[in-house]
Write a protein that binds this ligand. Structure first.
Ligand code: GUN
Length: 284
């Protein structure tokens, strides 16, 4: 029977460490990690994410600032707020919750965040650093997955890893992190031919597709590790990209949805913010 990878327990354990390290940083340097979260408009899913990020900060003893801007905020106003926060010594991380309204260019917004405060690691400098392996911040979802693999003693070295999905937020950085850990990595996407055949070669299969029950039993090698990044809804409620009931009996490890990858993401944001604050304290 497969081991269910417990993202909730791993997240709690990691947060205990972040809390202890935060208290130590504050005691030794007087620097308290600070995160600014900007939400433009009133997308309900984004509002829930932002609330959870704020709660995470408060639990760790971070300074948490939330900026809720109306949907009609101009790009100029948003960029100006980012400039102010870039220069604010109390703030070590700036996160603009995506998506932003259509009249705002998200590329411009991301590029405006100072690289040392880009705790999402979405900006060009941090993306380049991830590519070269010289990075401090890693996007939260792939970072959380790497922590889960480590926690469960799964070493990617020499393994075949297949990532389904090529987004800038998950698929591409995930592939890079697995490559840095010496996996042999294949990235699949909507135009991939023979998808099932390629997936069946995977020792580690990461599904970041955004389609409910997309990965079925015939796509999985017996004994594989299956990581499900999906957050979809079907007739039974929240579900992942993997058809869990039919895949679980075949594999060695699997992340459930909910309770797998999801709980790790905000924890990794907190980790990146702490890393940023620590660097700011060293530079003082
Ligand atoms: N929207 C959905 N996921 C994310 C994320 O990780 N960061 C930001 N900034 N926006 C998101």
């Amino acid at each position: 029977m497969a081991v269910r990878i417990d993202g909730k327990a791993t997240s709690i354990k990691r947060r205990e460490r972040i809390l202890a390290e935060t208290q130590k940083l504050i005691a030794e340097t007087g620097v308290r990690p600070g995160l600014a979260v900007i939400l433009v408009g009133d997308d309900p899913a984004s509002a829930i994410y932002v609330r959870n990020k704020k709660k995470g900060c408060e639990d760790m003893g971070f300074l948490s600032r939330e900026y809720r801007l109306p949907a009609e905020t101009s790009e100029e106003e948003l960029l100006s707020l980012i400039d102010t926060l870039n220069g604010d010594p109390e703030i070590h991380g700036i996160l603009v919750q995506l998506p932003v309204p259509k009249h705002i260019d998200d590329k411009k917004v991301i590029a405006r965040i100072a690289p040392e405060k880009d705790v999402d690691a979405f900006g060009y400098e941090n993306v380049g650093r991830i590519m070269t392996g010289d990075f401090d911040f890693v996007p939260c979802t792939p970072a959380g997955i790497m922590v889960l693999l480590e926690e469960y003693g799964i070493d990617p070295a020499g393994k075949r890893a297949v990532v389904i999905g090529r987004s800038n937020i998950v698929g591409k950085p995930m592939a890079m992190l697995l490559l840095h850990k010496n996996a042999t990595v294949t990235v699949c996407h909507s135009r991939t031919q023979n998808l099932a055949e390629i997936c069946r070669e995977a020792d580690i299969l990461v599904a970041a597709v955004g389609k409910a029950n997309f990965v079925t039993a015939d796509m999985v090698k017996p004994g594989a590790v299956v990581i499900d990044v999906g957050m979809n809804r079907d007739e039974n409620g929240l579900c992942g990209d993997v058809a869990f009931a039919e895949v679980e009996p075949l594999v060695s490890h699997i992340t459930p949805v909910p309770g797998g990858v999801g709980p790790m993401t905000i924890t990794m944001l907190l980790q990146n913010t702490l890393t940023s604050a620590r660097k700011a304290a060293q530079a003082k």
